[in-house]
Design a protein around this ligand. Structure first.
Ligand code: MF3
Ligand code: CO
Length: 249
């Protein structure tokens, strides 16, 4: 697990986080009915390269694109394609980038045009679970205090937490120890310390928590074909509390 050793390392993590936050701002400005996920992918790729950032996903275990674009019942790791987005759909966009040797990773689920109330509730609860989880990322807590808080928020509203994919430590590599499940008993796992950097990322299904990977070996779907949402931020633990690196400063 990475512990940032200097102001410089934290500064680089900040810069990586800010590039990813600005890439999401760009997505938010363009996402609407009629655009394709391939067009969004190309916009983000150009932006990252122009920003002297290295896309973290492209080529990772052979992943073919810059972003993951997960529509409706796709949970995570959807591959951008040429299908125009339609009003009423939801789109999870996951973006990762390296700047000065450090990685930022953040996902957001966007409504396409206007969406129905039940779908909006799924987005609201998943976003709330992320921020409530982050609120437990404080010195002296244990790792699973984050997990437990996320699960509590999600299940209060009758939704399900995906078990097969988890959050992760992040730093010089996108995926570092520890794994951060979005479920489990509190009070377990390593004690949280200043300088730890974590990618916290609840994946929440409207139906049950079972998921399956499609034949492309990437796309993860809900088994019951219910909708799924994904929100993720990269967070540093500091003496002043959790510092969210992937929100705009
Ligand atoms: N944010 C995702 C994660 O934390 C993205 C990795 S998917 C891949 O695992 F495309 F990079 F493979
Ligand atoms: Co991640």
């Amino acid at each position: 697990m990475i512990i940032l050793k200097s102001r410089d390392e934290l500064q680089s993590m900040r810069e990586a986080g800010q590039v990813v936050a600005r890439a999401h701002q760009l997505v938010a400005q363009h996402v609407r009915p009629g655009i394709t996920t391939r067009e969004l992918d190309q916009l983000v790729e150009r932006f990252l390269l122009d920003s002297k950032a290295i896309p973290a996903f492209k080529g990772y275990h052979g992943y073919p694109a810059t972003v993951c674009a997960s529509v409706n019942e796709v949970v995570v790791h959807g591959i951008p394609n040429d299908i125009p987005l339609e009003e009423g759909w939801i789109l999870g966009v996951d973006i990762g980038a390296y700047v000065k040797g450090f990685c930022g990773d953040s996902a957001w689920t966007y409504p396409i045009g206007s969406i129905d109330q039940a779908t909006q509730k799924l987005l609201d609860v998943t976003e709330k679970a992320l921020f409530q989880g982050i609120s437990k990322a404080v010195i002296g807590n244990r790792l699973s205090d984050i997990s437990h808080q996320i699960q509590t928020v999600v299940e209060e509203d009758g939704f399900s937490v995906v078990r097969d994919f988890v959050g992760h430590g992040i730093g010089r590599k996108m995926h570092e120890a520890p794994q951060i499940p979005n479920f489990g008993a509190p009070g377990r796992g390593p004690r949280l310390k200043a300088g730890m950097t974590l990618a916290i990322e609840p994946m929440v299904n409207a139906g049950n928590y079972h998921v399956q990977v499609q034949e492309d070996n990437w796309t993860v779907l809900t088994v019951d074909r219910s909708l799924s949402a994904h929100f993720e931020h990269t967070v540093a633990i500091t003496a002043e509390g959790p510092l969210i690196l992937t929100v705009l400063e």
